[in-house]
Write a protein that binds this ligand. Structure first.
Ligand SMILES: Cc1cc2nc3c(=O)[nH]c(=O)nc-3n(C[C@H](O)[C@H](O)[C@H](O)COP(=O)(O)OP(=O)(O)OC[C@H]3O[C@@H](n4cnc5c(N)ncnc54)[C@H](O)[C@@H]3O)c2cc1C
Ligand code: SF4
Length: 407
């Protein structure tokens, strides 16, 4: 492995105008980092990565590298792009264990972070690094948001989050688990108790429903709910998955690992929204991809579809005028998710758009003074690295805001 990574580093051309870096949403300084790696400056490289992207240790594993750094490396034209993410993973993982946490002089203003996903953790770290006392509130028991409760363990080992949490605590970040805001506690309570600014990084945790007959039957489930705790479900041997996005792929692959013998994924046209890597792994695991099926209703025997006609490009051209019952023990709906509206309903001045996503200005301030937001709750379901990019802006703005505002 080490030799492989060193070979990989040695192949890098150290481009003057690095396309890999340009294509990274947080513009990771890839050529410089590869240089440091070759010079065995592992800790320096780790610090550069962490400073630019505190989620680097996760991004190295879960980013869609084929669409970002690797996919844009100039060596693609020779068919052998640099797989920087392997180097990133090694460096970030090493750094996570060995980093020396220095706590600056504490500031007299404290901040609250609602949600411990990638956006919330990034903001908490950025504020703690500047000396602001930070408390993270999360309605779940464990930190990480979708890293913990969405992305399956076989793709992202949860032990990294346990190690990560130790570092957060060392930085002085305080965590209140099992504490959802918008229930017993409200954002106004946080201001009452002296928090000078509040960050919302609550993500998208409400599964989108289809509004079809049978959706509440015992053998029908929602993808993100299933992934949060798959062992709580008894899906049976055959599973139908509605949708072909990344969440649907994770659902299918998880179902196989929890005893399903047959997993079928259904989509209306032949467009697969999931990344190529995810789809290839799902096929490799043995899932069947079935196109030209529009879900009509759910039954105890399985889902019922309308069968569509498709042209040679896989586009739907009309209906065949018939329905098809697909026999399955369980059906899982994985067609996307939206934000919960608890905080909007309980916070004066906090506004969302027609999808319930929080409205922010270019500095990530919401429509409520002193309340900032980033990540999925602003943009809808995106990716870890996109949540980080906006969270960094939010943290900067919160610092600016707290410096400006007198107590
Ligand atoms: C199944 C699945 C697979 C994915 N795979 C990938 C992948 O491979 N690569 C990738 O880059 N991205 C992936 N994503 C997307 C990625 O996980 C998200 O874009 C990212 O986690 C968003 O970060 P966030 O901090 O905005 O929100 P989240 O990660 O959703 O975190 C939000 C946090 O807020 C907490 N919370 C919510 N409401 C409240 C409240 N009222 N009070 C207190 N706490 C609250 C939640 O418990 C949660 O901990 C995947 C998503 C899913 C669902
Ligand atoms: S584009 Fe490829 S070769 Fe050029 S600096 Fe980036 S990783 Fe190295």
């Amino acid at each position: 492995m080490a030799l492989h990574m060193i070979n990989e580093a040695n192949r890098c051309l150290n481009c003057k105008n690095p396309k890999c870096m340009e294509a990274c949403p947080v513009h990771t300084r890839i050529p410089e980092l590869i240089r440091m790696f070759k010079e065995q400056k592992l800790m320096e490289a780790g610090a550069v990565l962490f400073e630019n992207n505190p989620m680097s240790v996760f991004c190295a594993i879960v980013c869609d590298h084929a669409a970002q750094c690797t996919g844009h490396c100039v060596l693609n034209h020779k068919g052998h792009p640099i797989r920087f993410y392997e180097i990133e993973q090694y460096v970030s993982d090493t750094y996570l264990d060995r980093m020396i946490v220095r706590r600056p002089e504490p500031k007299d203003k404290m901040a609250a972070v609602i949600g411990s996903g990638p956006a919330g953790m990034t903001v908490a770290i950025k504020l703690a690094e500047k000396g602001y006392p930070v408390t993270i509130f999360d309605e779940k028991e464990k930190i990480g948001g979708m890293l913990q409760y969405g992305i399956p363990d076989f793709r992202l080992p949860k032990t990294i989050l346990d190690r990560y949490k130790k570092r957060l605590l060392e930085m002085g970040i305080r965590i209140r688990p099992n504490t959802g805001l918008g229930g017993a506690l409200h954002i106004d309570d946080l201001f009452r108790d002296g928090y000078a600014s509040v960050f919302i990084g609550t993500g998208t945790w409400r599964p989108k429903t289809l509004g079809l007959q049978g959706e509440s039957l015992a053998n029908v489930h929602f993808g993100i709910s299933y992934l949060a705790n798959p062992s709580a479900y008894d899906l049976g041997e055959s599973v139908a998955v509605i949708g072909m996005g990344n969440v649907a792929m994770d659902v299918a692959r998880t179902a196989f690992r929890h005893g399903a013998r047959r997993v079928m994924l259904f989509a209306r046209s032949s467009r697969i929204a999931a990344s190529q890597v995810e789809r290839e792994y799902t096929k490799l695991d043995g899932a069947e991809f079935i196109f030209g099926r529009g879900i009509r209703r759910f039954t105890e025997e399985g889902p019922v579809f309308e069968v569509y006609k498709m042209d040679e490009n896989g586009a739907v051209t009309g209906s065949e005028g018939r329905e098809e019952l697909v026999r399955a023990d369980s059906t899982i709906i994985a067609i996307s998710q939206g934000p919960k509206n608890k905080l909007i309903l309980t916070t004066a001045g906090l506004e969302g758009n027609e999808k319930g996503l929080l409205i922010t200005d270019e500095k990530q301030m919401t429509t409520r003074e002193g309340v900032f937001a980033a990540g999925d709750v602003v943009h809808g379901s995106m990716t870890v690295v996109h949540a980080v990019a906006d969270a960094k802006v939010a943290a900067e703005s919160m610092i600016e805001y707290m410096e400006r505002e007198k107590p």
